[in-house]
Design a protein around this ligand. Structure first.
Ligand code: 13P
Length: 254
């Protein structure tokens, strides 16, 4: 498989947003994604943990799959407030985001912990969506490629395959700000990540999905999604409204 025939994925990260009423958005997404013109793209919603079970039932039988936003490394135990990959899988999730910059920032998560969480995801049969990305300061200091390569190396487990792992490049300064890197900058980072993945995992690295995330909207999706080695998007704010999210998926209309 070459990079060009990787099946794209648009994943919505609802973060700490989503009430029972949000199920209506999921229904519209489910029905919208059913459009044969969108046969070439996959869709995922990562709602708050409280909605995973209901949402999984709502999208069951459709192309939309459901993911969690974080998991603990352990399978079960005295870990108040945490959630394990097994619990997520039991609720209907097939994937889990690990190492989002909001987890790294708000909870001090290190590459080593993110890697352990990815291994925990594999243990439960979940696909790990491993997030990496530089801060504004690191970018200004010219450290972007160093930072993302170090995070990639440290956060992606040796057991990673194209099937169990998705890497999401999310520049921290682009998240929720309306700012995005230039197409050339995204292309350079994704090319470097692809090279590192191939060096480490061979054909599996060649076939691994590389998502871009950070202020992806319907208005910029077509440009961002057409960049070499961008195999889809991880979307925050614009995934909360079905029509905005479907507008991003439309970048892949046949
Ligand atoms: P925004 O799309 O709101 O910038 O968030 C991106 C993100 O963090 C997805 O995980």
């Amino acid at each position: 498989m070459t990079a060009s025939n990787i099946r794209p994925l648009v994943a919505g990260n609802w973060k700490m947003n989503g009430l029972k009423a949000s199920m209506v958005e999921a229904l519209v997404i489910r029905d919208g994604v059913d459009d044969p013109a969108l046969d070439g793209v996959d869709a995922m919603i990562c709602p708050p943990a409280t909605l995973i079970m209901a949402l999984s039932e709502v999208v069951s039988g459709s192309k939309v799959v459901v993911g969690g936003q974080d998991c603990h490394v352990a399978q079960l135990g005295a870990n108040t407030g945490d959630i394990s990959s097994e619990i997520l899988a039991d609720a209907g999730a097939t994937a889990v985001i690990v190492g989002h910059s909001e987890r790294r920032g708000d909870h001090g998560e290190t590459d080593a912990l993110v890697r352990a969480k990815a291994v925990a995801a594999y243990r439960a049969g979940l696909t790990a969506i491993i997030c990496i990305g530089e801060t504004a300061g690191q970018r200004a200091a010219g450290l972007t490629l160093d930072v993302v390569n170090r995070q990639l190396l440290g956060s992606v487990p040796d057991e990673a395959t194209a099937q169990n792992t998705i890497v999401a490049y999310e520049p921290v300064w682009a998240i929720g700000t309306g700012l995005t890197p230039t197409a050339d900058d995204v292309e350079a980072v994704h090319a470097a990540l692809r090279q590192s993945l191939i060096a480490r995992f061979g054909d599996e690295g060649r076939a691994m999905r590389l998502l871009y995330g950070g202020s992806v909207k319907a208005a910029n999706a077509a440009e961002l999604m057409s960049i070499a080695n961008v195999n889809g998007a991880l979307v925050g704010g614009a995934s909360l409204k079905a029509n905005d999210f479907l507008g991003i998926l439309a970048a892949y209309r046949a």
